[in-house]
Design a protein around this ligand. Sequence first.
Ligand SMILES: Nc1ncnc2c1ncn2[C@@H]1O[C@H](COP(=O)(O)OP(=O)(O)OP(=O)(O)O)[C@@H](O)[C@H]1O
Ligand SMILES: [Mg+2]
Length: 240
Amino acid sequence: MLQIQNLHAGYGKVEVLHDISFSVPKGQVVSLIGSNGAGKTTTMRAISGMLKPSSGCITLNGRAIAGLPSNRIAQAGLAHSPEGRRVFSTLSVTDNLLLGAFPRLTFGREKGDVTGDLARVFELFPRLKEREHQLAGTLSGGEQQMLAMGRALMLNPDVLLLDEPSMGLAPLLVKEVFRIIGELKKRGITMLLVEQFAAAALEVADYAYVLENGRISVHGPAEQLRNDPAVKAAYLGAAH
Ligand SMILES: Nc1ncnc2c1ncn2[C@@H]1O[C@H](COP(=O)(O)OP(=O)(O)OP(=O)(O)O)[C@@H](O)[C@H]1O
Ligand SMILES: [Mg+2]
């Protein structure tokens, strides 16, 4: 479904991703694990078009998307819930969600049942329903995180990129976010997941890649990585 081949990307003259290749098969959850600064967010940005890759091939449903503007990549079916939320603070919760459906309301992506999908997002995130008319900027950090996820879902994406969806959340809400990721997986949504809680990410993921200094060092079925002594020591310790 989503394939990344020999991807190189960075900022200015500094290359951060050095020849990365991996794939996210349809219906699966794939996790990218790595320390701070390893290049996880950069990978997500290069896929969704927030950052132009310097070279490499990215295909979504067989279609080459590397280097396209991010609105075209969204039209092709890829949604990105970015690190640090980035909701539109002066718009209401509902308007933020509808903006996620923009490519369906204009052109380029099948419209489907936008109203029904909005209701389903509110069902998944009851806190957002309670605050549907509230300005996004007045939501708590955790609520904004949920809004970012909900907005990404409103594209009705073929592939959903989730960058640290539980960042900054209280333990109870972290649990809730992982419950929702599990629910989305049951619904067959294909996901690429980056999470500070690597152990929890490996519980929900089917397959995982470890990113070290912009290169993939280890990869395998999530269960295998969960039991890999080196992965355990580096990423699944008490601090994670
Ligand atoms: N906008 C930017 N301009 C310049 N360098 C950047 C920018 N964003 C990230 N970098 C650098 O790119 C490297 C990879 O950063 P990236 O954000 O992809 O890491 P990450 O794996 O997502 O880390 P974290 O777990 O802290 O979110 C880091 O060295 C970082 O300093
Ligand atoms: Mg990051």
